[in-house]
Design a protein around this ligand. Structure first.
Ligand code: HEC
Ligand code: HEC
Ligand code: HEC
Ligand code: HEC
Ligand code: HEC
Length: 485
């Protein structure tokens, strides 16, 4: 056994030193092999979770190792001396076979070449396979280009889709979109290296795979249930941070299925008709809305004042992301961000005026998240020291928790490094500032026979309570009057 291994090593050295080219390859391979092996094992076990680690293994060490192997093979085949080439020609075998006692050398030779070929296949296979998949992991997409993707990664982690890999929405299945996204991905890496990317990243994303194909892998709007109760908890900017609620029945509706009629909000995604529109490039200002019904009749809604339109016009068939443009990167507004922290108790409600003071602090401009954290803490502490010294003295911990909650509300939604503030990315599943649904559902669009797109509040939701003092939901549903009314 010992003899065998020394001959193998000797043979290997012989093999590598045949030419300078393969010697270089040999050195690379010998050094990288153990490092790569251990790294890949560590990575597969998930022991090291640093995103740069994956990049180092699959994008740098892996390809380098493959280059090493190619150098060895190229070196021995093409750059070696004449005599050495003999080793792989038939005469060599004939000579070796015809000499008695030479079979062992042949065996060793065959053994050695098969071993090297096998290793090459295994390593090249593992490296390309995992390397390719590495570019599809959440860690590569979300964490590798840290500042660029941080806002999307943070908001994604706080969203209902935090367990859905980025590629499920951004690529989905199918070779065409895979190569398209890999190409646009390569362009993005280039932009990161040369620091030429947009801050903030501009939306909408045109290279996004048509969303019906991706979203419908998990959600099927045609089989959705009809109505759903929504309770939005809010807090007033008064001393008690009064808890109020907006309660409404959302007409979620359905796209129609097995003979059932399409109705409600998901009426738009029925197979039986289509809604398309022409809009400015940010899709915020519509110029024209076209409805084609089941009988293939066209109804075009136009609007007279198109002065707000900018950029190139494009016609687009409406799909999920025309409403759900923020299914995963949910940047909240300042009020909503604080209301969420207050309703979950992350910001304790017993601190007087915390909603009002926090809102003032988080809506100021800061040049970085670190500065924001410090300034928010300082502003709040200064104010409470002046106005409520007894709280600072007796409820230090509660106040500290509140300050941390307020800082969180800021850093989860505002990213000065990417120029993202409270208003950068707005959701379309609402009608704040006449955006979202009201881009089309307004009185300005008229068809030839004078119809408008409905603005009836009850077509979309039935409001049961609007910012009323919070009480038991059953009371609201039964319609009994609230304590304060
Ligand atoms: C549930 C589906 C979904 C998942 C999961 C998802 N995204 Fe997105 N993402 C979208 C949609 C839809 C848009 C398009 C927004 C638009 O065009 O207005 C988008 C937009 C983006 C943008 C453009 C900037 C922005 O905020 O609109 C980036 C960058 C991005 N995603 C990165 C990621 C990364 C990184 C991950 C994983 C950590 C991820 N996405 C996971 C659906 C998803
Ligand atoms: C891989 C599966 C998967 C894909 C793809 C996917 N989702 Fe989801 N979606 C989920 C899961 C899981 C939830 C969470 C359900 C829950 O927590 O109740 C969810 C929740 C939602 C919700 C409800 C959020 C809420 O506040 O309750 C919406 C809206 C939604 N997805 C829209 C989309 C859209 C739009 C797309 C396509 C861009 C999409 N999803 C793609 C799995 C997926
Ligand atoms: C006309 C706009 C619009 C379109 C188009 C649309 N949705 Fe919705 N969807 C909404 C609104 C509004 C809600 C309810 C409010 C919310 O969740 O923000 C909703 C709710 C949902 C929910 C949560 C349902 C629940 O029971 O809580 C899912 C999941 C969803 N949509 C998926 C989709 C998918 C997938 C598509 C594309 C096939 C789609 N939607 C197309 C507007 C739309
Ligand atoms: C691109 C334009 C466009 C956008 C954006 C849009 N809609 Fe519509 N919607 C239409 C058109 C066109 C109709 C059909 C005409 C009508 O019913 O007045 C319609 C009809 C509806 C209907 C009535 C369906 C029925 O049963 O007849 C509801 C409910 C609705 N939309 C909800 C929404 C909600 C909620 C949003 C925002 C999340 C939204 N729409 C965004 C164009 C749009
Ligand atoms: C085309 C559909 C549509 C129409 C028409 C519509 N809304 Fe809404 N409205 C929505 C959607 C979608 C939301 C967001 C629901 C959510 O996710 O909280 C909403 C939310 C609201 C909210 C709650 C906002 C909050 O602070 O939580 C109020 C209040 C409201 N609408 C009032 C009205 C009134 C009043 C009208 C009639 C003038 C009206 N809406 C017409 C779709 C519509």
């Amino acid at each position: 056994m010992a003899e065998l291994s020394t001959t193998i090593i000797k043979k290997l050295i012989n093999f590598f030193t045949r030419s300078r080219c393969s010697l270089l390859g040999g050195i690379i391979v010998v050094i990288l092999f153990p490092i790569l092996l251990v790294s890949i094992l560590l990575d597969m076990q998930g022991i090291v979770e640093n995103p740069y680690f994956g990049f180092l293994i699959y994008m740098i060490m892996g390809p380098l190792f493959v280059i090493g192997l190619l150098l060895i093979i190229g070196g021995t085949l093409f750059c070696g001396g004449k005599e050495d080439i003999g080793i792989i020609v038939v005469e060599y075998f004939q000579e070796q076979l015809s000499r008695p006692g030479r079979f062992t050398r042949i065996r060793r030779f065959v053994f050695l070449t098969s071993l090297i070929t096998f290793m090459t296949f295994v390593v090249v296979g593992v490296v390309t396979y995992t390397g390719f998949h590495y570019t599809e992991t959440v860690s590569f997409c979300g964490q590798f280009c840290h500042t660029v993707m941080e806002p999307e990664y943070v908001t994604y982690k706080n969203s209902p889709h935090s367990q859905v890999p980025c590629v499920e929405c951004h690529i989905g299945e199918g070779a065409e979109w895979l190569t398209r996204s890999k190409f646009s991905g390569a362009r993005q890496l280039f932009a990161v290296v040369f620091d030429s990317y947009d801050r903030p990243i501009s939306t909408p994303i045109r290279a996004l795979r048509p969303s019906r194909a991706t979203c419908e892998g998990c959600h099927r709007p045609e089989v959705f249930h009809g109505d759903k109760l929504y309770v939005n908890d809010k807090f007033l900017p008064d001393e008690k941070n009064t808890h109020v609620q907006t309660v409404m029945v959302m007409r979620i509706g359905s796209g129609g299925y097995s003979g059932r009629e399409a109705h409600g909000i998901h009426w738009h995604v029925s197979e039986n008709h289509s809604v398309s529109y022409v809009a400015s490039s940010d899709r915020e200002n519509m110029a024209k809305v076209t409805l084609v019904n089941a009988a293939n009749q066209k109804k075009v809604y136009r609007r007279e004042d198109v002065s707000a339109l900018v950029g190139t016009m494009e016609e687009r068939l409406m799909d999920c992301v025309d409403c759900h443009n923020r299914p995963s990167h949910i940047f909240k507004g300042p009020e909503a961000a604080l209301d969420e922290k207050l309703s979950t108790g992350i910001i304790p409600r017993e601190i007087p005026y915390i909603k009002r003071q926090a809102l003032a602090a988080i809506t100021r401009k800061y040049s970085s998240q670190d500065i924001a954290r410090r300034s928010i803490a300082k502003e709040l502490m200064d104010w409470y020291r002046q106005q409520y010294p007894e709280i600072v003295a007796q409820q230090k911990d509660v106040l500290a928790r509140a300050v941390m909650g307020v800082q969180e509300a800021y850093v989860e939604n505002v990213f000065p490094g990417m120029n993202i503030d409270w208003e950068t990315y707005v959701s379309f599943t609402c009608h704040i500032n006449n955006g979202g649904c009201f881009r089309c559902h307004n009185d300005e669009f008229k068809s030839e026979d004078g119809d408008t797109i409905t603005t009836d509040c009850n077509a979309c939701h039935i409001i049961l309570a609007e910012e009323e003092p919070a009480r038991d939901i059953i009371e609201i549903l039964k319609g009994s009057s609230s304590a304060g009314m």
